[in-house]
Design a protein around this ligand. Sequence first.
Ligand code: NOJ
Length: 572
Amino acid sequence: MTSLKWWQSAVFYQIYPRSFADGNGDGIGDFIGITQKLDYLKDLGVDALWLSPHFPSPNWDCGYDISDYTGVAPEYGTLEDFKNFLSESHKRNLRVILDLVLNHTSDEHPWFLESKSSRDNPKADWYVWMDAPPNNWQSCFDGEAWTYVPERNQYYYHYFMKQQPDLNWHNPEVKQAMWDAVHFWLDLGVDGFRLDAIGTIYEDPGLTPHNVPMNLAELRRFSELAQTDEEKKLKDRYWADMFKNQWGQPGTHELMKELRAILDEYEGDRMLVGEDDNIAYMGNGSDELHLVFNFPLMRTEHITPGHIRQNQTERLQQLNALSNKGWPCNTLGNHDCSRIYSRFGDKLHDTELARLNVALVLTLKGTPYLYNGEEIGMTDYMLTDISQVRDTMGSWYYHAIVTDMGVHPEEAMIRTAEMTRDKNRTPMHWSNKPNAGFSPDGVETWLPINPNYREGINVWEQEQNPASLLNYYKRLLKVRKSSSALIEGEYTPLHENAQDYFAFLRISENQTALVILNYSENRLDLDFSNVKGAKDKTLYTLFSSAVRSTASHKAEKLTIAPFEVFIAEVAS
Ligand code: NOJ
């Protein structure tokens, strides 16, 4: 196969370290645990791992508030444990990328402690300080974006929680310190970075206030209660307007170019993927980020053939318009949003839809990203008591609506359970033993284990069952790996008016694959005799989620079962 770079053909798997595998039995995931599961990951068939932050952190935002950029959080292990994990991953040909949080540090980072200590210390200008709040900006997590510090008699800016002060990226020393950390991990051999919240690095220099007639808590509440189309549109507009001066500001492209140049100094095609869907962050296609996520694909209530087609047309057009052509990157879930199984299910055909949706991510053109636990169909878990909440954005909201808006605590808890990201971060289910085999029996895990691990949603039971979701993932990943069309082929949509199903070709130099995803409960009789390049109009099955009696099919009369995923090689 091909001249593609490793990060173009790889399937990435996101590990949320706190919840993946607890190697030392303290109720929290760690590097010993992750390393023990590398054979599992290899066997699953993924090629690269993205680790959510593993750095020392007071955990106000589950590791996204970093207090040491070159360390390892003690609860996850030591730097030696990390190095061992990295070398064991590489031995198995699994690449590893880390999470790089550029916009902010923890308020316990020594840089901030120094910066806040006086107005004239050497790091006085490393964060964004003002004598008084210059505007009504909100933090997207916890209310006012400006927080007072008595030592300086000044306010600092934070886009996220007050425990996550924004760095002042206009200061060259900040840049240098962060680039030193980047070198540290690249020198150790990591294969790249996922860049957190890059859109928020710079703010509007004019500090223009927002014009939304409410604060963050009120807007969240307004959004929850929005019923009519008009209210829903209004809340979308308010969200966009509230933060429009706090992200997407000039300066980021230059910064991404600098970072890219650092990675390019290293051998091994180190890569950058941005937590942003803006293709502009790929520069000309080879001078900024290697990838940005296709978030618009998942920004919908239902995955439908029409939505996918429109998304692909727009996305691929934009990527192809870059002078060096950008490469797509598809995902349907991560640690910040509802789990795929819950979010895109319809309560009647959740398993079928989960199977269709992963097939979608693995067959569309581009690099797929999977999120740990989705391969066994883990679902959202709704917490019932505020004392269980670990996502501080959730506990902040609970207290804001109970205290400031008089919402009844019971209702507030239901709302909090829905909005908090804890629901999609509960520990991985390794078996049907107590604590789902994540931690030893009797240990209190950092977030509760979803009790549905006893209902077959666990790795051990699914490994025994050939028909399980886990084995389905493995089969699909294997098919993808052996198909040049699925890895590198161009995308051509077919039957573009179909409502029930999404059909398309992936065409590489040596292979044409036809993919049909039937998103309906109808049996379909389809005619693909016009498929380009199909000489004798025969389709050879590469994969089917249904039971098929023959391996080859006539293109002019193809029957597709309800909710079937069908992938075939087109005879040429
Ligand atoms: C995006 C991360 O994915 C999210 O988990 C985090 O809370 C924010 N950025 C702040 O770092």
